[in-house]
Design a binder for this molecule. Structure first.
Ligand code: MF3
Ligand code: CO
Length: 255
């Protein structure tokens, strides 16, 4: 298919889609509290975008049954909201997207439920920092591998491990467009610094590092969706949709 470059008019719509995604995600993260069920978040995820003339994008995507992904503790991504009750000390990754005027926004944040351990807080900080490092490398003229290497270096120098089997992605009219964006040079794509496609103005990318305290290995639960760390260690996930510009990368999913 190839990487689809967006026009300025298309970026204008994606800015709106991104802002709505970020607004609803902020409502979701600030709703998180000990004692709530994760499927209460799905109700919010389903309803809130309608106020903005948008619809949630995840439901029905390859058969995914909900409007948001809620992944707790050792769950990395694609956790399905259910009757599980959030407990003080949990960390919760919330991944969310909408479609507005035919364009997609996609973003994720990990938040703490009540008081969490210092090492969990540090994991959350490092994962968010690695997304920022990846975004800073997403500049016109750089290559895709520079983004992957920046994320990996940020995480590994702080003693954590990047998930190798799941990647970020191009985004636009479809949630997943080319290119796949690995968060490490050690992924199945072997995207090293200075390699991969040259980044151009008008590319729109969802960058989404997933970081584990323990090993990078993953396993998929029997429901076919929920991805966990193989060793049971905690995992965090941050994602933003961005646009490559002539200058600073533009984060489209800020509220
Ligand atoms: N935001 C995620 C991604 O980038 C999750 C979408 S999975 C879905 O791939 F199936 F739930 F939509
Ligand atoms: Co994504």
């Amino acid at each position: 298919m190839g990487i689809i470059i967006k026009t300025d008019a298309e970026i204008t719509i994606m800015r709106e889609a991104g802002r709505i995604t970020a607004e609803v995600l902020k409502i979701l993260t600030s709703s998180v509290k000990a004692g709530m069920r994760t499927d209460e978040l799905d109700v919010i995820a389903e309803k809130e975008p309608k106020r903005f003339g948008a619809i949630p994008s995840f439901k029905g995507y390859h058969g995914y049954p909900a409007s948001v992904c809620v992944s707790v503790n050792d769950e990395i991504v694609h956790g399905i909201p259910d009757k599980r009750v959030l407990l003080d000390g949990d960390i919760v990754s919330i991944d969310y997207g909408v479609i507005y005027k035919g364009f997609q926004g996609d973003a994720a944040r990990t938040v703490a439920v009540g008081f969490v351990s210092p090492k969990a807080l540090k994991l959350i900080e490092v994962t968010e920092g690695s997304l920022r490092a990846g975004i800073q490398a997403a500049r016109k003229g750089n290559r895709l591998g520079d983004v992957s290497a920046a994320i990996e270096e940020y995480v590994e120098s702080r003693g954590y491990n990047v998930v190798r089997e799941y990647t970020g992605h191009g985004i636009g009219r479809n949630m997943h467009e080319d290119p796949q964006i690995p968060n490490t040079t050690k992924s199945f794509l072997g995207m090293m610094r200075g390699t991969g496609p040259v980044l151009k103005k008008g590319m729109t990318l969802a960058i989404e590092p997933m970081v584990n305290i323990g090993g990078w290995e993953t396993k998929v639960e029997s429901n076919g969706w929920t991805v966990r760390t193989k060793d049971g260690s905690l995992s965090a996930h941050f994602e933003d949709t961005i646009a490559i510009t002539d200058g600073e990368p533009e984060v489209l999913t800020s509220a």
